[in-house]
Design a binder for this molecule. Sequence first.
Ligand code: 13P
Ligand code: SF4
Length: 350
Amino acid sequence: MIQAPDISWSYTLPEPCAPLSAEQTESYRARIKALLKEKNAVLVAHYYTDPEIQALAEETGGYVADSLEMARLGRDHPASTLVVAGVRFMGETAKILSPEKRVVMPALDAECSLDLSCPVDEFSDFCDQHPDHTVVVYANTSAAVKARADWVVTSSIALEIVDHLESEGQKIIWGPDIHLGRYIQQQTGAEMVLWRGRCIVHDEFKASAIAELRKQYPDSALLVHPESPEDVVAMADAVGSTSQLIKAASELPNKQLIIATERGIFYKIQQLCPDKELMAAPTGGTGATCQSCAHCPWMGMNSLQRICEALESGDSSHEIEVDAEIREKALVPLNRMLDFSASLKAQGKI
Ligand code: 13P
Ligand code: SF4
């Protein structure tokens, strides 16, 4: 049986942003609103960013979305500057899809442990050793890894794409998230070799501690992002990407929801379901190390102050650039995903 190499990674986590006073918050909000107009810019934020960033995106005609929608909405918006509040791969994806636009980010060093756990040279060597496999990579990767792939997927569309590849009898190299890969493999029955990356946020949810919490709230439903460990996914009432979990939160009849994903998502769920009680799934329990406690430290690098700085800066300190050759190659599997998703939408399948 083919196995991905066993590489161990360690990460230097960023310091959290200093909290702002109410006065500072108001002043940055006003400044950002003016700058967005002045610079013909739009704010595109991920569901995991802080609530005040999501609220500002909504108030200013921007978007709050999952990683697939962020890419599409940024591309299709007429603004000449995209301010991407999220982590670096999201800014790079926006730039790959919209090379003519200026793409700025509050923090260019907002990483993702999945991206970091998939260095292009090691991954590419591994793919070279198995040329009979189709290379499918998660969007949470560098532009260079995307350039090496046949397909890019996000968690919103991964099941459908792998199902399609499986129906064609293709063997797959999947990278980088091992938990999401295993989940997709189990759901589709596809032949998949899994890279061994992990999300430091989702990897920490603990099945035993969640089971204890469910005893206290027997009428609650459990919502799980599939980057979580297998035993946590197995307990879930709903499994899915951020947007799929938000939908499930609205549709499930349960008044209490235990949520195993980054806690920034609470903002949108609470907005749509004001009468529901939301609880963060525990990351404690035997063997817990809790580096993140359901909060992505890199998503936390986005702040109103840094959004303001990104809009004010005219230099490269906040601007995303992608090498032209890599961009051209990465665009192919990204467009494959977007076209596939658009065709499923047109058929009413998603
Ligand atoms: P989505 O693709 O569901 O937005 O998730 C991105 C992510 O980083 C999950 O941890
Ligand atoms: Fe990456 Fe995990 Fe943060 Fe998502 S939550 S951006 S997968 S480290």
